[in-house]
Design a protein around this ligand. Structure first.
Ligand SMILES: NC(=O)C1=CN([C@@H]2O[C@H](COP(=O)(O)OP(=O)(O)OC[C@H]3O[C@@H](n4cnc5c(N)ncnc54)[C@H](OP(=O)(O)O)[C@@H]3O)[C@@H](O)[C@H]2O)C=CC1
Ligand SMILES: O=C(O)[C@@H]1CCC=N1
Length: 265
């Protein structure tokens, strides 16, 4: 089965690396993947990993069963116009990875006279950059049909939730942008650690393991962040002083404001 990735930038490249590393679970071998990008420099590492690469979007989508479109949102319409006549709507699925496009936009852009009234199977997919390590939180909004190939592909690349379109803006902010917010917390904690005399690489190791622990605690059934925080905060102790100082600096408000600011309208 051929998978085409159109746009091999940050996200397309990460998806390609994730699919290659998870072979043979979705693609049988790296050669089943064809990545297209205008500048060859993005393609070189994928070619080295065994994927087929091309600067022609049309060549990439020919005979593909799954087309994953990963270009900037404002290019989606033009790229669809370029490739749609070369995609066989009778079997191919189209997964569009782009913020701020809607199912209604895609319905209109994907329509082609030659297909009569046949609509392609398509969906919007919103992963985060951890797809490259198969640890993404990905959302899928189906436009037409259930898009089982897309679900299976992204299921190899982490967790997938099929959601309603109305939830996608918030979900994008929480997880696709949110991975950057989590990383910014880590950077902030590293800066604090350096001020406290810990070298940055050692601080990074300490903080990352602490966050893995925190996330793992919350993966246990029936728990909640505040329940776990209560276990840490000795009355009159150290942690509550730190938490209160963070709140005086607006920690919770900063996070809420950030999530709201990055929710597409
Ligand atoms: N980055 C992220 O974490 C996330 C991104 N997204 C979505 O993914 C999409 C891609 O974003 P991102 O990967 O960050 O952006 P990038 O700019 O990193 O990648 C876009 C790629 O598309 C290529 N490109 C430009 N024009 C065309 C074209 N006509 N045909 C084929 N490829 C083309 C670019 O090539 P060149 O560099 O040669 O111009 C570039 O490699 C966006 O719509 C974004 O909303 C969604 C979730 C998370
Ligand atoms: O910042 C952005 O617009 C893209 C979409 C979600 C994550 N990155």
């Amino acid at each position: 089965m051929k998978v085409a990735i159109i746009g091999a930038g940050a996200m397309g490249g990460a998806i390609a690396r994730g699919l290659i590393s998870s072979a043979p679970r979705f693609i049988t071998s790296p050669g089943d993947l064809c990545a297209a990008n205008p500048s060859p420099r993005r393609l070189a590492p994928l070619a080295e990993a065994g994927a087929s690469t091309t600067c022609s979007n049309i060549e990439a989508v020919r005979d593909a069963s799954l087309v994953i479109l990963c270009v900037k949102p404002w290019l989606v319409k033009d790229v669809i116009t370029e490739i749609k006549d070369h995609i066989d709507y009778s079997y191919a699925e189209i997964a569009v990875v782009a913020a701020c496009v809607t199912i209604s936009d895609l319905n209109e852009w994907l329509h082609k006279e030659s297909a009569g009234s046949r609509s392609p199977s398509f969906c919007i997919v919103m992963p985060n950059t951890a797809v490259s390590l198969c640890k993404s939180m990905t959302f899928q909004v189906n436009g037409n049909g259930t898009c089982p190939l897309t679900l299976k592909a992204f299921g190899q690349l982490g967790e997938v939730m099929v959601i309603e379109e109305r939830l996608l803006p918030a979900a994008t902010s929480i997880a696709s942008c949110g991975i950057a917010y989590a990383l910014r917390y880590i950077r902030a904690a590293m800066e604090g650690s350096v001020e406290l005399g810990i070298r940055a690489p050692l601080a990074q190791e300490m903080i990352v393991q602490t966050l893995i622990g925190a996330a793992s605690l919350l993966q246990e059934p029936g728990t909640h962040p505040e329940t776990e925080i209560d276990k840490v905060t000795t009355p009159g102790g150290l942690t509550i002083r730190g938490l209160n100082a963070m709140e005086h600096s607006g920690f919770t408000s900063a996070v809420i404001n950030g999530l709201k600011a990055s929710t597409p309208r």
